[in-house]
Design a protein around this ligand. Structure first.
Ligand code: RFL
Ligand code: PHB
Length: 389
């Protein structure tokens, strides 16, 4: 089999790249290790930046998002029980959209099926070859048979644990990393959200987040210790812990129910540089991870893919290598700004095991400054709603 671009991974990065390229007549195949249902069963991101929403519209997959997504003009912080709302609309005239990653993925998969573009699910032992030359190849096994795909380019959109980044020789890649000493325990529940907007809570017992998927489905998180398992967290324990980290008024309004899903995500900041190795590109979580506090991971995957699609469209349309050559630097410039913001929000809102009184006062003072200064609020708002692409 021969194709112009072989895409590894059917997460949001791989599926959106496929869509943008197909829209320009560039032929792609997507190889995904898991089944379609498995990919759709993963509960992940919930907040889309305005630029992400606009790109999904441009790609022709924004219809259901526009109908069902919830536009949010602000978020709230609850710092040791003191609440402050950041009104994005008033501060900078922008907003975000609450629409689950699962739904984005669903819409992209449906559009891909309708276009007839090929996705190979449950592709095992994917391996990448010869991307340092002009004729890269990808091999995989399906139902015990090994196949080879010849292509012009490989897009590594296979997430943090994928094979693409690992296929690059160690001495040509540089890794920047910070691992945080805690994780997020998340619960999905079919109950109306406790508030109309997201509440990010800092408390001496740890961080908590009240989010949502729809007017009837909520997503809640509490900071937990690194290494804890969901077996240690009954629903009752989770709800008690969440309530204890919120202000009494919000805690009193919380409507609990049986968890539909419960999972723990470790928190990490990670960047691999560069993002291009000959004819292999990395995009999304394959190249970088942010702690979820700033709601940036999915949005960064989308902005990488926007740059990458532009570069490849330019290559096929104008036979110009300029976009391809610039991809890594362009994408990384935006990645690092989101890394900074996500690290900063994580540092502000979490409880760190070894912080002293000085560190706690600095966190508190940062909150008070943000709440009192319009300039500081604007800085938060422009980062949260998404820096320009
Ligand atoms: P994905 O979604 O991990 O998709 C990669 C795909 O590649 C497949 N794969 C392979 N396929 C073939 N061969 C192999 N060897 C393969 N290895 C892996 C995988 O099965 C998978 O289908 O990466 P992508 O597309 O780059 O998308 C990134 C986002 O998923 C991620 O950044 C976000 O979910 C992060 N994130 C959030 N981002 C936001 O923008 N806003 C949020 O509100 C937000 N909240 C979150 C989050 C992530 C979380 N977790 C679970 C880490 C909340 C949480 C709790
Ligand atoms: C979510 O709804 O899953 C969510 C929202 C905001 C974040 C992280 C996760 O910062």
């Amino acid at each position: 089999m021969r194709v112009q671009v072989a895409i590894i991974g059917a997460g949001p990065a791989g599926l959106l790249l496929g869509r943008l390229l197909e829209n320009h007549g560039i032929e792609t195949v997507i190889l995904e290790r898991r089944s379609r249902d498995y990919v759709l069963g993963r509960v992940r991101a919930g907040v889309l930046e305005q630029g992400t929403v606009e790109l999904l519209d441009e790609a022709g997959v924004g219809g259901r998002m526009r109908a069902e997504g919830l536009i949010h003009d602000g978020i709230e912080f609850c710092f040791d029980g003191d609440r402050h709302r950041f009104d994005f609309h008033d501060l900078i005239g922008r907003s975000v959209m609450v629409y689950g990653q699962t739904e984005v993925t669903h819409d992209l998969m449906d559009a891909r099926d309708a276009s007839g573009a090929k996705t190979i699910y449950e592709a095992q032992d994917v391996s990448l070859h010869d991307f340092d030359g002009e004729r890269p190849k990808v091999r995989y096994t399906k139902d015990g048979v090994t196949h080879e795909i010849a292509c012009d380019f490989i897009a590594g959109c296979d997430g943090y644990h994928g094979v693409s980044r690992q296929s690059v020789p160690e001495n040509s890649i540089r890794i920047f990393e910070r691992v945080y000493p805690f994780g997020w325990l998340g619960v999905l529940v079919d109950r109306p959200p406790v508030a109309h907007e997201l509440i990010y809570a800092h408390h001496s017992r740890g961080f908590a987040l009240c989010s949502m998927r729809s007017p009837t489905r909520s997503r809640y998180y509490v900071q937990c210790a690194a290494g804890e398992t969901i077996a240690e967290w009954s629903d009752d324990r989770f709800w008690d812990e969440l309530r204890s980290r919120l202000d009494p008024e919000t805690a009193g309004k919380l409507i609990t129910g049986p968890s539909l899903e419960k999972s723990i995500a470790p928190l990490r900041s990670f960047v691999a540089e560069p993002l291009r190795f000959g004819r292999l590109f990395l995009a999304g979580d394959a190249a970088h991870i942010v702690p979820p506090t700033g709601a940036k991971g999915l949005n960064l995957a989308v902005s990488d893919v926007r740059y990458l699609a532009q570069s490849l469209v330019e290559f096929y349309g104008e036979r110009s290598q300029a976009g391809i050559a610039a991809y890594s630097a362009r994408a990384l410039a935006r990645v690092w700004k989101a890394e900074r913001f996500s690290w900063w929000m994580t540092s502000l809102l979490h409880t760190f095991p070894n912080t002293d009184d000085f560190g706690r006062r600095i966190q508190r003072t940062e909150f008070e400054y943000l709440a009192a200064s319009r300039a500081a609020g604007q800085s938060l708002a422009e980062n949260y709603t998404g820096l320009p692409v």
